[in-house]
Structures are given as structure tokens and as C-alpha cells.
Design a protein around this ligand. Structure first.
Ligand code: 5GP
Length: 205
């Protein structure tokens, strides 16, 4: 396994094996693409579908990429305690992880993965400290900027806001158990899955 974080996890507060992986990282590092690759190549891994108040992009399907919900529906989910974590991302829409499906996946023994932002990862750290927290990192800052600009779906102001968020999020790497560098999507997905089901799933720390 390559890419272990420089800072080792604190000892003693996590079991040797983790069935729940929380994948986070800066804006545009490719978390969603890596999560989609895990879904595509490893059906044995259950990948959470988040609820969001943002509008679907072309090609996105309700229940596949996200559960697209109204503000009122999101409020109701929060009020009922249905969300394991939730956050306002990029100061625009709300995103949250439905709790029930995660519990079901774990209870049925499936390895499970959440792909969420840093604020959400910190919340899950508080409630499910037994999870393994994985930081997906770009090969370089320049590459991250290139990916942000390359996506081309945001306005100039939005891109600046995302870069600012990315700077803050990159600084959070040391809070995570493991770092994976996203040189190439398939390889990053394989590294992730190996942490759950492969030889790397039995951790010695
Ligand atoms: P996008 O709108 O581009 O699909 O995603 C924007 C951001 O929202 C990404 O950084 C993604 O990781 C984050 N995100 C997606 N689902 C969740 C969620 O359930 N909870 C949290 N906290 N963040 C999420």
C-alpha cells in the first residue's frame, strides 16, 4: 500500500479493521470520479448516495448520483435525525448522508464508503470514530488548479471561492488516517478498496 499519511493515526482508538471508509479531500481532486470507479469495478463495496438540495447536472439521476431533494425535504430529514452528517458545501447547497442505508450496509457485513466533504468527515469522526478516514490528494497544487479550471462548469467568482476552500481543505490532510494521491483514477480506486477488502484491510496500528 502506498501513500500512507506522514502523520500516523492516534493509537488505540480504532479497531484493526475498518469496514467504513470516509473519503474526503479538496474541491475537484476527483473524489466523485474515484467513488464512481469503485462503484463500477467493485460492486461488493456499498457506496452511499447522498441527499442534496442542489439541482441535478445533465446526466445525473435521482437515486444514483444523489437524492435530489427540496429545501423542505432536507429540513425534514435533518429534523427527523435521518442524516448521519450534513453540511453546506461551497456556500451554496446542502449535502447529507442518509443514516439508514449506511447502518444497513454495515449490519449486512458489506464494506461501505462515504464520499463527502471535510466538514462532513469531521462530523462522522465524532460519531463513528471506528471508520477509516482517507484523504484524497491531488498530485500537486498546479494540477488541482488545472482540474478546477478544466471542469469549466463554474463562474470566475465560483472558481475563486472553490480555490479558497481547496487551500483550507488541503491543510486538513494531517487529520486523516491515510492519504491517497490521485495520480490516476483506477489506481486510486484500487488503493481505496484494498483498505477495505484487500490485504491492507488488517491494520497493524
Ligand atoms: P458536487 O456538487 O460537485 O457533486 O459535490 C460538491 C461537494 O459535495 C463534493 O466535495 C462532495 O464531496 C460533497 N458531498 C457530496 N455528498 C456529500 C454529503 O453527503 N455530505 C457532505 N458533507 N458532503 C458531500
Amino acid at each position: 500500500m502506498t501513500g500512507a499519511a506522514d502523520t500516523p493515526p492516534e493509537s488505540g482508538h480504532r479497531p484493526a479493521r475498518s469496514r467504513l471508509i470516509v473519503l474526503a479531500g479538496p474541491t475537484a481532486v476527483g473524489k466523485g470520479t474515484v467513488a464512481a470507479e469503485v462503484r463500477r469495478t467493485h460492486p461488493e463495496v456499498w457506496v452511499s448516495v447522498s441527499a442534496t438540495t442542489r439541482r441535478p447536472r445533465p446526466g445525473e439521476e435521482n437515486g444514483v448520483h444523489y437524492w435530489f431533494v427540496s429545501d423542505d425535504e432536507f429540513d425534514a430529514m435533518v429534523a427527523r435525525g435521518d442524516l448521519l452528517e450534513w453540511a453546506v458545501v461551497h456556500k451554496s447547497a446542502r449535502y447529507g448522508t442518509p443514516r439508514g442505508p449506511v447502518d444497513l450496509a454495515l449490519a449486512s457485513g458489506h464494506p461501505a464508503m462515504l464520499e463527502i466533504d471535510l466538514q462532513g468527515a469531521r462530523q462522522v469522526r465524532g460519531t463513528m470514530p471506528e471508520a477509516l478516514f482517507v484523504f484524497l490528494k491531488p498530485p500537486s497544487w498546479d494540477e488541482l488548479v488545472r482540474r478546477l479550471v478544466g471542469r469549466g462548469t463554474e463562474s470566475e467568482a465560483e472558481r475563486e471561492r472553490r480555490l479558497e476552500t481547496a487551500r483550507e481543505e488541503l491543510a486538513a490532510e494531517s487529520e486523516f488516517d491515510v492519504t491517497i494521491v490521485n495520480h490516476e483514477v483506477h489506481a486510486a480506486a484500487e488503493e481505496l478498496v484494498a483498505l477495505m477488502v484487500g490485504p491492507g484491510s488488517t491494520r497493524s496500528d
